[in-house]
Design a protein around this ligand. Sequence first.
Ligand SMILES: CC(C)(COP(=O)(O)OP(=O)(O)OC[C@H]1O[C@@H](n2cnc3c(N)ncnc32)[C@H](O)[C@@H]1OP(=O)(O)O)[C@@H](O)C(=O)NCCC(=O)NCCS
Length: 175
Amino acid sequence: MSQSPVKQLHIRPAKEQDRSLIDGVIAAAFNGNDEVALVRKLVADGDVVLELVAEANGHVTGHILFSRVWIEHADGRTPAVALAPLAVLPEMQRAGVGRALIAEAHEQLAKAGEGLSIVLGDPAYYGRFGYRLELASGFESNYPAHYLQARYLSENHRDLPHQGRLIYASAFGEN
Ligand SMILES: CC(C)(COP(=O)(O)OP(=O)(O)OC[C@H]1O[C@@H](n2cnc3c(N)ncnc32)[C@H](O)[C@@H]1OP(=O)(O)O)[C@@H](O)C(=O)NCCC(=O)NCCS
């Protein structure tokens, strides 16, 4: 069941001083530290394209990160972004924080000239934000294809490849 939307929600870039608060949000949302380590490595490796936090009443309650992913295809390779992870504090879920983070991130990525976003996750959730299984069906990766979805970030997507191998940042392990 949805909660009432959070009032005073502010989406802003993540800062280095937020790091331990971000760790706490991610660990609580995923009930473990694997994604905390993933984010720390993505940041340390310089593979982050966009990282935002959601602040509600001055407290960090949500976090989203997009890293660089390359699509290798017959004509070379094309950059795209991969959404992972997305985390909202358990007590703040179903109140629009995830939606606000995704919407702001998509807008900023489009303005920055990014063309395609890829996500591996529940289609019931990401389908709400324009991610489509069909758009990712030509991409190969070592992850289960039935959860791979993609979304264009702008109207100008004629030159984006529909097929190829996805090369994720090394924090994700073997590609
Ligand atoms: C998944 C997660 C980020 C969603 O954040 P959230 O702030 O609760 O999501 P929102 O409140 O913005 O939800 C937006 C819409 O999706 C729906 N929704 C929320 N969680 C959902 C889920 N797991 N499956 C399907 N729909 C879901 C909401 O009801 C809402 O629908 P509405 O717009 O019709 O009212 C959050 O539940 C979370 O941190 N989960 C644990 C970590 C995780 O699994 N992350 C995603 C994988 S990387």
